[in-house]
Design a protein around this ligand. Structure first.
Ligand SMILES: Nc1nc2c(ncn2[C@@H]2O[C@H](COP(=O)(O)OP(=O)(O)OP(=O)(O)O)[C@@H](O)[C@H]2O)c(=O)[nH]1
Ligand SMILES: [Zn+2]
Length: 377
């Protein structure tokens, strides 16, 4: 609804790279990048007008505010948003966001809009590749509904024979891993090429070389590798600070806060669809019961001797436990809420608020970010 009427008026388009206090750092599109847009915008972008200084080969960055009109209609601006910028002040590097295009996707942890893919990084050794942990991360990544690319780092530590074994094994899981070595610059260019023109979020457990990889892909990102200071800096920023880094050949990359055991807030009935092995089976046949959980049910097409079937059962149990726990929580919580409201006891409120958020929505972090915006207005 917004795209069309902007088409003829020569607006500036850009992508929000970071939110700093109540400013948004916006990377403007270069003219020749116009054809990359696919957010319901039918034709390439209009040329930049008025033109930014042409001295730099990089797309211009502007620190922008959000137009009052957007605040009035409650339109939030997220990192990753495609926006229209008005009144550029090239000398001062400032501008104002006047429109936010509809989002293609919205991730809540980290809170980024329009992410195209998740780059899941694991190491083949040091730390050892743990199938169960890998499964957990893969499920978490699959649950976003985005493309998942699996990258196995530190390939310098194993033989080609061992690589082939891992490859075959993961092929049976439905994945085709890309073996890389940041230390020996193996396949780094391949990753860079595959990330061009896309917004990618990098994820994976601690110590696998994510910071090293980001530094190799983006020489000026300056993440300190394997240093306490670097880890602390990342830790400190995990809740609120989200930033997209520009890759030299195009594309944007975001780091995720390091976590070793991502939460799987997945409904039991959703779980099978996150396993490529189960998806393949369900694509050609159906279970007898449409609500089959693929355990003991008769005429189940998913149950079988595929390697990760046991993972499926374990994660299913976890999902069922979680659901039961949530259901149990639901009732007492609402009583407490009513009581608190009736008496107007403010001292209970903060606790209640955070609980309510946790139960109602997975978008806790997004909400935190939105509250941050509200605070600052
Ligand atoms: N052998 C080998 N070691 C590597 C490679 N890439 C990174 N490392 C080492 O692995 C260690 C961890 O690397 P980091 O980049 O800090 O890992 P990380 O995933 O960012 O870790 P967190 O910050 O804890 O999330 C460092 O000592 C790196 O030097 C590689 O390709 N081969
Ligand atoms: Zn079944």
């Amino acid at each position: 609804m917004r795209g069309e009427d902007l088409e003829t008026t020569g607006q500036l388009w850009g992508t929000v790279l970071a939110v700093q206090a109540n400013f948004y750092r916006v990377q403007l599109d270069l003219e020749d990048k116009g054809d990359k847009e696919d957010t319901g915008n039918p034709s390439p972008h209009p040329p930049l007008s008025p033109s930014p200084p042409l001295s730099s080969p990089h797309p211009p960055l502007l620190l922008c505010t959000r137009r009052t009109r957007l605040k009035k209609i409650g339109q939030q601006v997220m990192v990753g948003d495609r926006v229209v910028v008005e009144e550029p002040d090239w000398a001062g590097g400032r501008g104002a966001i006047s429109e936010v295009l509809p989002r293609r996707s919205e991730l809540d942890r980290p809170a980024i809009a329009n992410v195209d893919r998740i780059l899941l990084v694991f190491a083949v050794a040091d730390p050892p590749l743990e199938p169960y942990q890998l499964s957990r991360f893969l499920l978490k990544a699959e649950s976003t509904g985005l493309d998942v690319v699996l990258c196995l780092n530190k390939s310098d530590l194993i033989s080609t024979e061992q690589q082939r074994e891992i490859s075959d094994r993961l092929a049976s899981w439905g994945y085709e891993p890309l073996f890389v070595s940041v230390n020996q610059s193996i396949n780094i260019n391949k990753i860079a090429t595959s990330l061009k023109e896309k917004i990618t979020v990098i994820a994976g457990p601690s110590g696998v070389g994510k910071s090293s990889l980001i530094n190799a892909l983006i020489p000026n990102a300056n993440l300190r590798v394997g240093e306490i200071s670097g880890k602390l800096a990342r830790g400190r920023h995990t809740t609120r600070h989200v930033e997209l880094f520009e890759m030299p050949d195009g594309g944007l990359l975001a780091d995720t806060p390091g976590f070793n055991q991502p939460d799987l807030d997945i409904a039991p009935e959703e779980l099978a669809s996150l396993f490529p092995e189960a998806r393949q089976r369900l694509a050609v046949e159906s279970c007898r019961f449409s609500d089959c959980l693929h355990r003991e049910e008769p005429e189940c097409v998913v149950r079988g001797d595929w390697e990760r079937y046991q993972h499926y059962l374990d994660f299913l149990e976890e999902a069922i436990l979680r659901q039961t726990h949530l259901n149990q929580q639901a009732d007492p919580e609402s009583t407490v809420k009513a009581k608190t409201k009736g008496k107007g006891q403010t001292k209970y409120e903060p606790k209640l608020e955070s609980k309510k958020y946790r139960r109602v929505s997975r978008k806790t972090q997004l909400q935190e970010l939105q509250e941050l915006y509200r605070d600052e207005e």
